[in-house]
Design a protein around this ligand. Structure first.
Ligand SMILES: Cc1cc2nc3c(=O)[nH]c(=O)nc-3n(C[C@H](O)[C@H](O)[C@H](O)COP(=O)(O)OP(=O)(O)OC[C@H]3O[C@@H](n4cnc5c(N)ncnc54)[C@H](O)[C@@H]3O)c2cc1C
Length: 414
């Protein structure tokens, strides 16, 4: 089978570049092995939350000069970064995802443990607070579902109390969720969201109104809206004060909504999505990736003019570590890992860990190298790349999206 562009990996990065290639009329395929970091997503895209030991709020892009010279943001450069990332809200809107936020300043999102973290874009049903403004509520209702264990209202109450917000904690129940309580493992956010549609949402709203009387807002676990925000909007219309959601332990409802919405947009644009398949090897000759082979297709190769590899870091299995080696398993690309195992980590558990910066090395256009030679028709994007620590910097989605859109624009010329 022959395509114009093949993307290896269907997480945020692969989907973003796939959408842009398909939109430009390219015959595009995405091959995706399985779960991505989006299944653990917070509902917020981070751009740059920490630089030079300080929390970044105002003009995050001006802080990229504090990053190392080989950091992907520095490689792209501030002007092009602004142009590429400026396209993201429109791309998300095309997929039906409503977000708030701007490149000019980070806002603060409320984490499940009650901390405030800088973020760039946040889904419209999740909390995004202006860093300079006073808290918008005096008293909030923290509403949980009876017997649901993955929501921690006491941590949230402690965090909000530090900001001068009083919290009232309550629990609600509706009979439509009783079926999930037959097994203790079924009370999961994504399972509940499948039952919380139509009249079940109205019944839930009725119960929430009883618990939240006298409060300025309701904060509850993200258990609605796995396929779209329609149940969320229905609940918001029926509850008498504003309702906000907190992401819970995986699988994350906002993350699954984001993944499915982007995948559906890619397919609507004519892209071919091959789920549940893994690229196991490729043939690279004379500085070009000629064809790839997958587990499901066996000896039948997939060919393309251009390829993008977006297989993630250790979490996505884009990188694999054994006792002696760290390697990129799909194509055997060159990595920035040279020293032995003891140099991979810091014994201080809380210190930034060196292995977090490991990844595929590329030229300034994000072409990776294979045995020291640049592969001219292959781009590497997202968490697979070397040279940054997304956890420490709070930069995961920004790097992922910027490099994905950079690769797509180089391929399509748009
Ligand atoms: C648990 C977790 C939570 C995070 N939460 C946030 C957050 O809330 N906000 C934020 O800004 N950043 C977050 N990040 C940072 C995150 O890395 C980026 O935001 C981004 O989602 C990474 O996307 P990616 O597509 O590069 O990689 P991934 O999301 O890891 O996706 C890689 C995909 O490639 C597939 N794959 C791997 N190998 C192959 C193969 N050989 N063949 C075919 N497919 C393959 C995987 O199955 C997976 O679907 C989080 C990271 C992690 C690990």
């Amino acid at each position: 089978m022959k395509f114009d562009t093949i993307i290896i990996g269907g997480g945020l990065s692969g989907l973003a570049s796939g959408i842009e290639c398909a939109r430009a009329g390219q015959r595009t395929a995405i091959i995706s092995a399985g779960q991505s970091a989006l299944h653990f997503w917070s509902g917020s895209f981070e751009l740059l939350g920490q630089a030079g030991g300080e929390t970044v709020i105002t003009d995050p892009l001006s802080h990229i000069r504090q990053l190392d010279a080989d950091h992907p943001y520095r490689v792209i450069g501030a002007d092009r970064l602004r142009a590429l990332l400026g396209r993201v809200p429109g791309l998300l809107a095309d997929a039906g995802l409503k977000v708030s936020g701007s490149l000019d300043a980070n806002h603060l999102r409320l984490t499940p443990l009650g901390f405030m973290k800088p973020a760039w874009l946040t889904l419209s049903d999740y909390i995004a607070l202006d860093a300079d403004a006073p808290m918008p509520w005096k008293k909030v209702a923290l509403v949980n579902i009876y017997s649901y264990l993955d929501f921690y209202p006491r941590f949230l109450a402690a965090g909000l109390a530090k900001k001068g917000v009083k919290c009232h904690m309550g629990t609600v129940n509706i009979p439509q969720l009783d079926i999930l309580r037959r097994s203790t493992t079924e009370m999961r956010a994504t399972n509940m969201s499948r039952f919380l549609t139509n009249e079940a949402v109205d019944d839930l709203a009725f119960k929430i109104n009883e618990v939240a009387a006298g409060c300025d807002a309701v904060i509850m676990p993200a258990i609605l809206g796995i396929f779209s925000d329609e149940p969320v909007e229905r609940l918001r219309r029926a509850v008498k004060c504003p309702v906000w959601f907190i992401p819970t332990t995986p699988a994350s409802v906002p993350g699954v909504r984001c993944q499915l919405s982007l995948r559906d947009l890619f397919i609507r644009l004519g892209g071919e999505f091959l789920p549940g398949d893994t690229v196991k090897r490729g043939e690279i000759t004379d500085g070009r990736l000629r064809r790839i082979f997958t587990v499901n297709l066996g000896d039948m190769p997939l060919e393309a003019d251009n390829f993008v590899i977006s297989t993630g870091s250790f979490f996505g299995h884009g990188l694999i570590a054994d006792m002696e080696h760290i390697y990129e398993p799909a194509l055997g690309l060159d990595l920035n890992v040279s020293k032995g195992r003891t140099a991979w980590y810091d014994k201080d558990f809380y210190a930034p860990q060196p292995y977090m910066t490991f990844g595929v090395v590329t030229d300034e256009d994000f072409h990776p190298s294979f045995h020291g030679r640049t592969v001219g028709n292959l781009y590497a994007t997202g968490a697979l790349l070397a040279g940054f620590n997304a956890l420490k910097e709070g930069s995961g989605a920004g790097i992922t999206l910027a490099t994905a859109l950079h690769a797509a624009s180089r391929i399509t010329g748009v």
